[in-house]
Write a protein that binds this ligand. Sequence first.
Ligand code: HEM
Length: 278
Amino acid sequence: MSKPYDPAHEGAQMTFDGRMSYGDYLQLDRILGAQTPLSTAHDEMLFIIQHQTSELWMRLALYEIHAARAALRDGQLSPAFKMLARVARIFEQLNAAWDVLRTMTPSEYTRFRDDLGQSSGFQSYQYREIEFLLGNRNPAMLRPHAHRPEILVRLEEELTRPSLYDEALRLLARNGIAVPAEVLERDVRQTHQAHDGVTEAWRQVYQAPEQHWPLYELAEKLVDFEDYFRRWRFNHVTTVERVIGFKRGTGGTGGVPYLRNMLAVELFPELWRVRTVL
Ligand code: HEM
């Protein structure tokens, strides 16, 4: 009989006394020790892991969008494109993840929903930071974080900086495309409002892609990302309706009607409008 295969023969490291292992590097004990269901319901583990993995992907999305914004500010378009492409793929990943959660039926969710208390994704501070960073800025959304000063400060600071879209419009202006001064000098704490002058700016780019190729590529990267983000919102509201119907959310909103309102959010409005005028 042949001996069982021993990976050590081809050099696999098999002893880790005093040496950094895979689990050490990734701090797996911390991550894998952070799933603590509050009920005995079988599906609560799925619910927890689904949210935790989403938050991990959001962590990376934030890291990339912050860097992409800095790159746009510095006129470094190629790295910004790469980061934005990655963020779109992250959202594609998050979109695919809904299929796993949808295996949970309303009967199964009801078994542990009360244990969640008032907690809800509505209070996800990373999600709120993504929205703020992209330009969907509602200072009222700071309030659920008032009990966590370090998070509140982080979100408040984000509201003082130009959004990713503001930086894209400033870049347009620096490259000789006329962008209305009132848009460039707007109060960045507010959500940008669609402006015909900005649609006209993007129209110039789209009408002569060869002449404005980097700006054209930027526009399409932003649209691509918003496209995936919209799908995330749609998948979320559909999953929510499938699981809780029209019950109120644990976070206290009307639930599905609230989330349907959010489907109307436009992050880069003129990039969608320009399609109509081409
Ligand atoms: C069965 C699964 C889920 C249900 C029933 C559900 C339900 C809801 C409801 C009703 C809201 C509105 C706020 C409220 O009143 O609670 C909400 C918001 C939210 N949920 Fe979920 N959710 C689910 C899964 C998820 C997952 C997996 C994520 C991923 C992190 C997530 C992230 C969010 C976020 C970020 C918001 C805030 C959206 C906004 O303010 O625009 N949810 N959810």
